[in-house]
Write a protein that binds this ligand. Structure first.
Ligand code: KG4
Ligand code: ZN
Length: 354
């Protein structure tokens, strides 16, 4: 089998990322330029602003990936790029860059599904992970339980009917006045360590629905009400360090929210394992990936679930759980080696045909 080396480009949300990965699993370089700092001031991802930020750094990020890998453009075998799902204005920045780059250097191009990349990066980290496997993908925009039967053959067991868990983490963090510069999730996880997870009795979403779908909108409302009933000041940036007298009250809310948010994941995973084993009895692993999978409490609780079911938990390191170029390059490699790619785009392609 010929060795291939693929450049991966990711711009679906607020991170501009590029990486170069080898088909033997070596990561030659990885670069991420994050806008979290910029966007935290505006209460979310504003597409136009995010697009601008991507445009400003994309050339530099790709150039840096090449330099760090000590490679020339022509040493590459192909270019992989996220084509969705995500903000279309943002995706376009990456796709345009990838097409121009691939056109100029006559490289094949591979369009990658963002969620597939979150799942498949587990096979880069964990070489023994074979299909079929089960994957829980938890991020800011998505909550998915999938049965990955083979490359490109995925059965969706569950999805969110409203918000994703990352969105609930981010909103709760914002309402609690936490520092959003690294994203709300990490700040909330940190504060939750100081709180009593049983102090507030939030109810677990969708208890009565015996399926694998998720819902976080109701829990968000419960949190909002808990915050209001305790007279906690929810104005932005009031307590950037939250060194305030009601810190314990905030920590209790954070811990109680996190416990129930994750209980919902645990319940759904229990059922998904049962379903998946019914379809594919040879499953041995549950993969968790996506930004929220970098949460230590999530990992701990899901580890219990898989152990009870005699499976193993496969969880990429945090930097590969949040959005990154490595997962895109790796997913590109997985497709490339099966001959699934497009020929190099024309060198003189016009921008508006992209
Ligand atoms: O996968 P990702 O980087 O981007 C999307 O595809 O959405 O996920 C970002 C989400 C954000 O909502 C962020 O707050 C959350 O992942 N997140 C966390 C943690 N780290 C990131 N949530 C909880 N605990 C964390 N440690
Ligand atoms: Zn993502």
């Amino acid at each position: 089998v010929l060795m291939s080396t693929v450049l991966g480009i990711e711009t679906s949300c607020d991170d501009t990322a590029a990486a170069i990965v080898c088909s033997d699993g070596r990561i030659l370089s990885e670069v991420v330029s994050s806008q979290t700092d910029l966007l935290s001031r505006y209460g979310g991802v504003a597409p136009k602003m995010a697009e601008e930020a991507h445009l400003q750094v994309i050339d530099q990020v790709v150039q840096q990936a090449l330099e760090n890998a000590n490679l020339k453009e022509t040493d590459l075998s192909a270019v992989a790029v996220t084509i969705g799902p995500g903000l279309s204005l943002c995706l376009r920045v990456g796709v345009q860059k990838a097409r121009r780059f691939a056109g100029k250097f006559r490289l094949p191009i591979i369009g990658v599904h963002h969620m597939e990349a979150h799942a498949l990066v587990a096979r880069l980290v964990h070489k023994e992970l074979e299909f079929p496997f089960l994957a829980l993908l938890i991020s800011g925009g998505h909550n998915l339980l999938i049965l990955a039967r083979d490359l490109g053959d995925y059965v969706q067991l569950g999805t969110t009917i409203d918000d994703a868990i990352g969105e609930a983490f981010d909103k709760t963090a914002r309402w609690l006045g936490l520092d959003m510069r690294r994203g709300g999730g990490p700040a909330l996880e940190e504060l939750a360590r100081e709180g009593d997870p049983h102090s507030i009795k939030f109810s677990v979403p969708m208890k009565q629905h015996k399926d694998c779908n998720f819902s976080y909108a109701g829990l968000k409302t419960q949190v909002r009400m808990a915050i209001e009933s305790r007279n906690i000041n929810t104005e932005k940036n009031v307590i950037s360090s939250i060194d305030c007298e009601d810190r314990k009250a905030r920590a209790d809310i954070a811990a109680s929210f996190q416990r129930v948010a994750v209980l919902h994941l645990e319940e759904r995973c229990e059922r998904a394992i049962e379903w998946a084993l019914g379809i594919e009895p040879s499953i041995t692993s549950l993969v968790i990936s996506g930004g929220v999978a970098s949460n230590q409490y999530v990992r701990l609780r899901l580890d219990d679930v898989v152990e009870r079911n005699d499976l193993q938990l496969v969880c990429p390191p945090p930097r590969l759980c949040t959005d990154n170029g490595v997962m895109v390059a790796w997913t590109g490699i997985e497709h490339f080696r099966l001959g699934r790619f497009d020929p190099p785009p024309p060198e003189d392609e016009q921008e508006d045909t992209v």
